[in-house]
Design a protein around this ligand. Structure first.
Ligand SMILES: [Zn+2]
Length: 327
């Protein structure tokens, strides 16, 4: 894939993730739909927005996030000496939290742990989606990058590149942020083991030409950086897509309803490979409504939220199966 095509979509993707969440939740029969009542039925704890997300971030970035606390009526995180406010998901420096409407959020979405059924998109929603894609191209949304910049000690290009290192992943060389070298090495170990035991995975890995990680760029003319620009994303590039679609933006030229392209006509990554990445904190773009099947990015907090929700649902189900009071 070319870098340009892969960098200009972060805005739409952020929106897409939000929309995918809504769609996944509302789709009848969606395995996630059953999780909604579980959340709603939680004891009426003091529900300040962002608590679950802020806690998930603090738990999954323990080396960088020193504490999470409610300050001045809002959940906040401290990185080094700077407090970042939840600010409706924008994670803004405390002093700037009132400016949240100027930015898009960091996109905390309900990530499906299993490959979800294709989203059901009605006519009204599809019209909204198309309009949103057009609007995003005219006026790309902007994320406030202060939080990621400090979290990753990668506020500028020079600072970022001081953190970028080359490593080998299942036989391919890739440049990534040093903070994900550990998790990615564990993914690599799993891929090597799978290569020896699973012929489908072995064929898949042999069919790749490269893995692309760090790539410093902004999304179009904004100052919003893609996850590749922090060295937090890895693309698995095959020798050939076999006539299948890997990326919604490329698919749209032939398939205006890109969300309805069946999985059988998308370039897919074998499930054991996806699960190996997920186990170590990487989400797969193949599960997004605005799909990007070659793309993995390090979002351990998103996976933590997904696993917490699944555990709560399982616990609620277990309670329901217990004996009655007269037993
Ligand atoms: Zn990518």
């Amino acid at each position: 894939m070319d870098g340009r095509g892969h960098s200009g979509y972060l805005g739409p993707v952020a929106f897409a993730l939000f929309l995918a969440l809504l769609l996944v939740f509302s789709a009848p029969g969606s395995p996630l739909a059953s999780l909604v009542p579980t959340f709603a039925a939680r004891p009426a704890a003091p529900a300040l927005p962002g608590e679950a997300e802020v806690r998930a971030l603090a738990e999954t970035w323990p080396g960088r996030i020193a504490e999470a606390a409610v300050r001045d009526g809002e959940w906040m995180l401290r990185v080094d000496d700077t407090w970042f406010a939840w600010a409706n998901g924008r994670l803004l420096p405390e002093a700037e939290r009132g400016r949240w409407e100027e930015f898009v959020s960091l996109s905390f979405y309900r990530y499906p742990l299993k490959l979800p059924p294709l989203a059901v998109v009605d006519e009204e929603t599809s019209a909204r989606l198309r309009e949103r894609v057009r609007e995003n191209e005219r006026n790309p949304p902007q994320r406030n990058d202060a939080f990621l910049g400090l979290l990753l000690r990668a506020a500028s290009r020079a600072e970022t590149e001081a953190r970028i290192m080359k490593m080998e992943v299942a036989g391919y060389t890739v440049s990534v942020h040093e903070d994900i070298a550990g998790p990615l090495a564990l993914v690599s170990d799993e891929l090597r083991a799978l290569k020896a035991s699973n012929p489908e995975v072995a064929a898949f890995l042999r069919g790749l030409v490269e893995m692309n990680g760090y790539n410093y760029r902004f999304v179009d003319s904004t100052r919003t950086r893609s996850y590749h620009s922090y060295g937090l994303a890895v693309d698995l590039i095959p020798r050939s897509y076999g006539g299948r679609h890997p990326y919604w933006r490329w698919a749209i030229e032939k398939e205006s309803d890109w969300w309805a392209v069946p999985y059988a006509r998308r370039w897919m990554v074998p499930t054991p490979v996806v699960e190996a990445f997920e186990r170590h904190g990487f989400v797969w773009g193949g599960k997004w409504l605005f799909f990007d099947t070659m793309h993995f990015e390090y979002r351990p907090e998103v996976l933590r939220l997904a696993r917490n929700a699944a555990a709560e649902a399982a616990a609620a189900a277990a309670v329901g199966e217990g004996p009655g009071p007269d037993s």
